[in-house]
Design a protein around this ligand. Structure first.
Ligand SMILES: NC(=O)c1ccc[n+]([C@@H]2O[C@H](COP(=O)([O-])OP(=O)(O)OC[C@H]3O[C@@H](n4cnc5c(N)ncnc54)[C@H](O)[C@@H]3O)[C@@H](O)[C@H]2O)c1
Ligand SMILES: O=C(O)C[C@H](O)C(=O)O
Ligand SMILES: [Mg+2]
Length: 446
């Protein structure tokens, strides 16, 4: 019940020509199954006189596994594989986002209105009353998604351009879930001063700034300085979006087990952007005992400064009732390290420190990975709420309100609700806007 059903396989679609007689499709599926290929959809694409074309979705472990399956299929008489389609690749072709017009142009008169000369009167009005930009431009509904590519998922420092598919993915989620226009900004810099300065100069374009996949420790300084300098919300998603979803999941885990989160010992493995953000929010919520480990002594020092206790990997696994891993190291937690009844959140993407199934088999009471405990549950509603409220910043009260809203939408026995449930994002937005008003971070109308 607590294990997310695995999407940890690679999805391939085989386009096959099959003799249209009884038994051929059966022999084909048997060949796939005999090599351990798990079959998803089977679609009939076209019917000919003697042959059919079908597309068969197969879940495989890796490229070698696919090769074995193709070999087995090639040996089936009356079946020819025409193409192996990669749907993941397909969906990225041409990029996943575009800027599109919201107005229609039918005549030259329309052009005169949306563009020069008509547009000039709108410019003048905004010049006189800057707040009119909220009414007459897209700024208030546009969020920059800024990365320098130094911590793209758990893939590490792969550069901003290689990180673009993730940034586009975040923009797609913004649009789909809460109607925000997310604009990826790729920065070719690892210099904190340059990054801060560049974002400051770009900021008038945006209603808010979402920092994404910028590695620790620079991410802390960049965010701190921007929050200080700008009067629009700035939030590093990997720190705070992740922390909100972790808090939501722990509110539920402790409710199910009848324990008090504040009194639980929380262990964090990997004290980078995500791990440190999680430690900070859990402590702000009232958690008294946070132990943590990192390969980097500077990260351990920071935990100590925050009031946590540095230890080693064995120490975390031994002492913590809840283990949260954010290292980017798949397979770091071995099943024999898991203690009976522990909650294990292995959050690294794309591959977890331990698969939830393995943690459950090893005795965990709850286990989840970064696909279900994902900041995509938090960031859309947090930014929607902050923009709607005209908040100048995002504070802990807003983050905790978001976590409670997420937690309250989980089904019984579930740590968090599904990412695609729009009601969750709406509830998060409302809770965040309310908390912004209660904490007085609403911008005055200028
Ligand atoms: N599920 C989510 O919503 C979510 C959100 C953010 C980040 N993450 C994942 O968390 C991971 C880290 O992301 P980040 O942005 O914090 O990166 P980061 O580079 O800021 O931090 C990673 C930290 O892990 C430490 N580390 C690496 N290997 C370690 C090991 N073997 N033992 C202990 N510490 C180790 C590093 O020293 C570093 O401090 C990534 O895999 C990312 O996908 C998941
Ligand atoms: O992008 C994700 O899936 C979550 C998170 O922001 C990450 O960096 O892993
Ligand atoms: Mg990220």
């Amino acid at each position: 019940m607590n294990i997310e059903k695995g999407f940890d396989k690679i999805v391939k679609t085989l386009r096959v020509m099959i003799t249209d007689q009884p038994g051929y499709l059966g022999r084909l599926t048997t060949a796939i199954g005999s090599e351990g290929g798990n079959i998803g959809d089977i679609r009939l694409i076209s019917s000919g006189l003697t042959h059919n074309i079908r597309e068969i979705t197969v879940y495989v472990d890796n490229d070698q596994h696919l090769e074995m399956i193709l070999k087995a299929v090639a040996a089936v008489e009356g079946v020819i594989v025409e193409e192996v389609i990669d749907r993941v690749q397909q969906v990225h072709e041409g990029g996943k986002i575009a800027v599109r017009s919201r107005v229609e142009i039918k005549t030259i008169g329309d052009v005169r209105k949306i563009y020069t000369p008509g547009v000039a009167s709108i410019c003048r009005q905004i010049q006189q009353k800057p707040r009119l930009a909220d009414t007459y431009t897209a700024i208030g509904n546009t969020v920059a998604i800024v990365t320098n590519g130094t911590a793209i998922l758990g893939l590490g420092d792969i550069g901003p351009v290689a990180g673009m598919p993730v940034m586009e993915g975040k923009a797609v989620l913004f649009d789909h879930l809460v109607g925000i226009s997310g604009v990826p900004i790729l920065l070719r810099s690892k210099n904190v001063d340059h990054i801060v300065d560049t974002i400051w100069h770009l900021a008038p374009t945006f209603g808010a700034i979402k920092l994404e996949d910028i590695a620790a420790p620079d991410c802390f300084e960049i965010e701190r300085r921007l929050v200080e300098m700008l009067d629009i919300p700035v939030m590093h998603d990997d720190q705070h979006g992740t922390a909100v979803v972790v808090l939501a999941s722990l509110l539920n885990a402790t409710r199910f087990t009848g324990t008090r989160l504040q009194n639980a010992t929380i262990g964090i493995i990997g004290l980078g952007a995500a791990g440190t953000g999680i430690a900070k929010l859990l402590m702000a919520y009232g958690v008294k005992k946070v132990v943590g480990t990192d390969l980097n002594p500077g990260a351990m020092e920071m935990l100590q400064t925050l009031g946590g206790e540095p230890t080693n990997l064995a120490g975390v696994m031994e002492r913590a009732q809840v283990v949260i891993a954010t290292t980017g190291c798949p397979g770091l937690i071995k099943p024999d390290m898991v203690k009976q009844g522990q909650v294990i959140l292995a959050l690294s993407n794309p591959d977890a420190e331990i698969k939830p199934q393995d943690a459950m088999t090893a005795g965990a009471s709850f286990a989840a990975d970064g696909k279900s405990i994902n900041n995509a549950l938090a960031f859309p509603g947090i930014f929607r709420g902050a923009l709607d409220a005209r908040a100048s910043r995002i504070n802990n009260r807003m983050l905790i309100a978001a976590a409670k809203a997420i937690a309250s939408h989980a089904e019984e026995g579930e740590l968090v609700p599904g990412i695609l449930n729009r009601n969750v994002h709406l509830a998060v937005a409302e809770a965040v806007a309310r908390a912004a008003a209660e904490t007085g971070v609403i911008k005055p109308r200028n």
